[in-house]
Design a protein around this ligand. Structure first.
Ligand code: ADP
Length: 353
């Protein structure tokens, strides 16, 4: 909890009843108390993380309008407001706000909860389960056929080895698929900005490259990142590494052997672009939108060969959007592709000012 701007309002926030503040801190949602002029004098930590306040000013015109209605009518108001998760991208918080007049000193209490997010996650999960069932059927069906083949060939050791080897690769595919499903559902469930950490961009790129090294060596592909940067972003470290990892892994898998994958960063208007460029097969314009959909692959046979699950890019898209960012793509067939993960730069000076 935090008291704000004591000197700029006649009201001394320390005079707020202790019990009220304790209660607000115990609630699941977040809250703030505003003095006349919409000066916040008390806020819970989540308010800052949601980005509702910037330089101690309320950033949502919808919320300001609701507060004005409460000041005028002295009646509480409940409403839903959409609030962007960051300066770019489509990610948004869907907030339920309740604004109440506090009789004393013209104070207004704002209660904020992110319940609608839970509803959305529920809807997404329902669709997802339908897709998964379909995707799981293929390797499970193959395993079942192969086990029959092994039984049928029990007197022919060469065939047993052949079928058992294929069973191993189907089992691996199933394991990878389940792991990606778990990753995606973790990303969809969590709100990385609620328990955000400061993460160095250079660190997350180097970690992601390390994790892709074996795949790169196997395909004789050089992955380069020659910058040193002190840029920091705010969010979930593991999710961010996973997103960059997925982009690098794709760049390797969809490129001819012996080519190069390069990673670079670039900051513009408070956004850091982490770009992964390959000299690979590229993606036609008509497919460029679709590849971010769950389980969509341009060439299912090739994706299958490289152990692809069709979930990698939807994970990247979710991670970007949950962090208030986006993922963009430039690609020309048979020339190559550049995927850019764009994230708001964390500037500790502005945030704590
Ligand atoms: P997959 O597990 O199949 O790689 P993704 O969601 O990561 O799934 O990617 C979806 C599809 O997008 C891939 O199957 C592939 O057709 C295409 N794709 C992704 N990255 C690249 C790339 N760097 N170059 C060319 N095609 C790509």
């Amino acid at each position: 909890m935090k008291f704000l701007r004591r000197e700029e309002t006649d009201f001394n926030p320390r005079a707020l009843p202790e019990m009220l503040l304790e209660t607000l801190n115990l609630l699941d949602g977040d809250s703030m108390i505003l003095a006349p002029g919409e000066i916040p004098i008390f806020i819970t930590p989540g308010i800052e993380l949601l980005g509702i306040l910037k330089d101690e000013r309320i950033q949502s015109s919808e919320l300001l309008a609701t507060i004005r209605v409460v000041r005028r009518t002295h009646n509480q108001q409940v409403g839903k407001i959409d609030f962007p998760r960051g300066p770019i991208g489509e990610g948004k918080h869907e907030l339920t706000v309740k604004v109440l007049p506090l009789t004393k000193d013209d104070l207004v209490l704002v209660l904020v909860s992110d319940e609608s997010e839970a509803q959305r996650v529920h809807d997404v999960r329902r669709d997802f389960v339908a897709n998964i069932s379909h995707e799981l059927k293929t390797p499970i069906g193959a395993l079942s056929l192969l086990s029959e083949a092994v039984l049928g060939a029990k007197d022919d050791p060469d065939s047993v080895v052949k079928f058992a080897t294929r069973m191993q690769s189907e089992a691996k595919r199933l394991t990878d698929l389940v792991q990606e499903i778990i990753n995606l559902s973790r990303v969809q469930d969590s709100d990385p900005l609620q328990l955000a950490q400061e993460v160095g961009v250079e660190y997350l790129i180097r970690e992601a490259i390390d994790q892709c090294q074996i795949t790169a060596d196997n395909r004789n592909i050089t992955v380069t990142f020659s910058e040193s940067t002190t840029t920091v972003v705010l969010g979930d470290r593991d999710q961010l590494i996973m997103a960059v990892h997925n982009l690098i892994e794709n760049a390797i898998n969809y490129s001819p052997e012996g080519t190069k994958v390069s990673i670079s960063t670039h900051i513009e208007n408070g956004i850091v672009n982490i770009s992964v460029t390959d000299q690979g097969i590229g993606i036609s314009e008509s497919e460029q939108e679709r590849i971010f959909e769950r389980f969509y692959r341009v060439d299912p046979a090739r994706s299958r060969q490289t152990g692809g699950t069709g979930l990698g890019l939807s994970i990247v898209k979710h991670v970007a959007s949950k962090h208030g960012g986006e993922v963009t793509l430039w690609s020309v067939e048979n020339v190559g592709s550049t995927f850019s993960l764009r994230l708001p730069v964390y500037d500790s000076q502005t945030e704590s000012a």
